[in-house]
Design a protein around this ligand. Structure first.
Ligand SMILES: Nc1ncnc2c1ncn2[C@@H]1O[C@H](COP(=O)(O)OP(=O)(O)OP(=O)(O)O)[C@@H](O)[C@H]1O
Ligand SMILES: [Mg+2]
Length: 259
């Protein structure tokens, strides 16, 4: 198996006036291609800090981080944003959609950072991603005009637009009721089945139960790291259209990449 994410003795220390917080105290951690990891642990244990490091949103104080084989720890800001837009998709608890933009425009946002041409083809691709997450009849709605679950589905489509290898999610179901959470988790499982590596922070055992592996943090360390033997399985009927659309989109991407 190829490692997509590898950290060695990663440390992150925050210095705030007289307060020193050692948020990560030597995290050595590896995620192989195709894995689905739930990152758990008490509040303040360093989950979001680790996810920010993995997401190249911040640099470690010490230690090394390799993303797709490239050492990220020494990169400057431009290189970080470049590698971020090449390999990573993000899903957040609060959706982080831009309120003045429509569904389709929000899905396009990661492409701005890639200096990608926003031509008819990319527009069509964004529409197809919106349709895939079941929002084909909401293309021109703005976030305020959508339910929480719908907003999170826009965020999933947005996370896929740059064809990332790895999806990072910080409590993606944190603001949703349990039924809507299930829908979102079904989609994440299917994305994982389709080959996307997923690393997801969650507080809830029910949500972690969908993952293949559960990593628990405590005081800036990895405390336990176990395979989930009895994962929650997605139901077959659910999201049939999603799966169909997803495999079509991924097949097209492969064909384009090969051309
Ligand atoms: N930007 C920052 N500046 C200073 N300290 C920070 C910063 N971000 C996080 N910390 C501190 O680092 C520690 C780890 O925080 P982190 O946000 O990673 O925890 P978490 O495990 O995600 O918690 P939660 O479950 O509450 O989201 C905490 O003690 C926090 O106060
Ligand atoms: Mg957090």
């Amino acid at each position: 198996m190829n490692a997509v994410v590898e950290t060695y003795d990663l440390e992150k220390t925050y210095f705030l006036e007289s307060v020193v917080v050692r948020a990560l105290r030597g995290v050595t951690f590896r995620v192989d291609e195709g894995d689905f990891v739930a990152l758990m642990g008490p509040s303040g244990s360093g989950k979001s800090t680790l996810l920010n490091q993995l997401g190249c949103l911040d640099r470690p104080t010490r230690g090394d981080y390799f993303l797709a084989g490239r050492n990220v720890s020494q990169m400057d800001d431009d290189q970080l944003s470049d590698i971020r837009s090449k390999y990573l998709g993000f899903i957040f608890q609060s959706y982080n959609l831009l309120p003045q933009y429509t569904v389709v425009e929000n899905i396009q946002v990661p492409l701005f950072y890639q200096n990608a041409r926003l031509d008819d083809r990319t527009h069509r691709r964004c529409v197809r991603l919106a349709e895939m997450v079941g929002l084909g009849d909401r293309l021109d709605h703005r976030p305020m005009q959508l339910s929480g679950g719908q907003q999170q589905r826009v965020a999933i489509a947005r996370a896929l637009v740059n064809r990332p290898q790895v999806i990072l999610a910080d409590e993606p179901t944190g603001n949703l009721d349990s039924r809507t959470s299930d829908d979102i988790m079904q989609m994440l499982v299917k994305l994982n089945d389709a080959g996307k590596t997923i690393i997801m922070v969650t507080h809830e055992n029910d949500i972690a139960a969908w993952a293949k592996r559960v990593v628990r943090m405590r005081d800036g360390h990895v405390e336990t790291d176990v395979r989930n033997i009895e994962r929650t399985q997605p139901s077959h009927e659910a999201n049939e259209e999603f799966l169909q659309a997803l495999s079509e989109i991924l097949a097209e991407e492969e064909a384009e990449a090969a051309a």
